[in-house]
Design a protein around this ligand. Structure first.
Ligand code: NAP
Length: 336
């Protein structure tokens, strides 16, 4: 039987289809699997169900010559050297679509909370500083009708745009290619930053997007504008964001993702009442996480059956299809 390592807990009922095809070992530690242990556990494995917190680089791939397939339980694959996987003959799967709506919900929750200053309001209530009703106290901008700028109009960006329609928000976006999204206007990044009341980051982390929102870009935003990052922390230069918040160059920020993660409790970003930070919970609902785990398992099952993975990652090694050569097991034939 082929061998598969799973980097974190997956509910047993979701693993069953894989267990009929492979010998499966699931990491049961409370901490992330340490690198040395990971290399040991992957030794002799054909497949790996990985998490976004695993670093999948050339060094690791060189040490795991039997590995033929990696199925990651996330849509983002910035932790994976995909070119190196292709060069090592490793097919990669991921979990697009099944978390799109949930992540867009989280983006909208962050947008609403930041625009209407909910964390600041809650802090006032909890500190006992809530005074008599005052018509001019604790004001904010409006959410409805605000101009929403979406950086990255892919699956999640478009799901955010759909929600914005219900709030009568004009939508601007940047992407590499034009999208057919009703009412949305494509601009370059500068045009979007200058006009948007809310800027949401929804691009993948890649060489071209690392540090995409830095000092210059934050300086182009309106003084009242809110920056929301739902994608990956390093897309926003954290030092530049601290500086922009300290100088009042932007109205506030709401971050599901940060650089680094986890953000240490003494990080300067946490001193600003108008900077809301949550711990990378974009897709953290029970239905979304089960769907992601299920798709990650389905990718492995399909690969081991030599069928097309439901979510193969373009750029990784092509999958071997069809029957195994007679008298060889999947793990034997996978070396061919
Ligand atoms: P997607 O469908 O691939 O969409 C990505 C979008 O970004 C596309 O519109 C793409 O444009 C655009 N883009 C890529 N590079 C760009 C660049 N250099 N400049 C401008 N636009 C660029 O991906 P998705 O499913 O929406 O997910 C997006 C990212 O969200 C993921 O990669 C992941 O990192 C993150 N994410 C985070 C969470 C969370 O828990 N916070 C959950 C899910 C996903 P083209 O279409 O024109 O190529």
């Amino acid at each position: 039987m082929p061998r598969v390592f799973v980097s974190d807990f997956i509910p047993g009922d979701l693993l069953e289809p894989l267990e009929t095809l492979a010998e499966v070992e699931v990491w049961a530690g409370k901490e992330r699997v340490p690198r040395e242990t990971l290399l040991e556990r992957l030794s002799g494995c054909d497949g790996w169900l990985s998490m976004l917190s695993d670093t999948i680089d050339v060094e690791l791939l060189d040490s795991t010559p039997t590995l033929r397939v990696i199925s990651q339980m996330s849509v983002g694959v910035d932790n994976i050297d995909v070119d190196a996987c292709r060069d090592h003959g490793i097919s990669v799967g991921h979990t697009p679509d099944v978390l799109t709506e949930t992540t867009a919900d989280t983006a909208f929750a962050l947008i609403g909370a930041a625009v209407r200053r909910l964390p600041e309001g809650e802090a006032i209530v909890k500190s006992g500083a809530w005074g008599p009703w005052d018509p001019w106290h604790f004001l904010s901008g409006d959410l409805h009708g605000a101009t929403l700028g979406i950086v990255g109009m892919g699956r999640i960006g478009q799901a955010i745009a759909r929600r914005a329609r219900g709030f009568n928000m004009p939508v601007l976006y940047t992407a590499r290619t034009t999208k057919d999204v009703p009412g949305a206007i494509r601009l370059d990044l500068v045009g979007l930053l200058e006009r948007a009341d809310i800027v949401v980051i929804a691009v993948p982390l890649a060489v071209e997007t690392r540090g995409m929102i830095g000092r210059a870009e934050l300086g182009m935003m309106k003084e009242t504008a809110i920056l929301v990052n739902i994608a990956r922390g390093p897309i926003v230069d954290a030092d530049a964001l601290v500086e922009a918040l300290a100088k009042g160059e932007i109205g506030g920020a709401a971050l599901d993702v940060t650089d680094p993660e986890p953000l240490p409790p003494d990080h300067p970003l946490l001193q600003f009442p108008n900077c809301l930070v949550v711990p990378h919970i974009g897709s953290a609902t029970i239905p979304a996480r089960r769907a992601m785990a299920s798709l990650a398992v389905a990718n492995l099952v399909a690969f081991l059956r030599r069928e097309p993975m439901p979510a193969w990652l373009d750029g990784s090694a092509e999958q071997p299809f069809g029957d195994y050569p007679a008298s060889s097991s999947p793990s034997e034939s996978s070396d061919s």
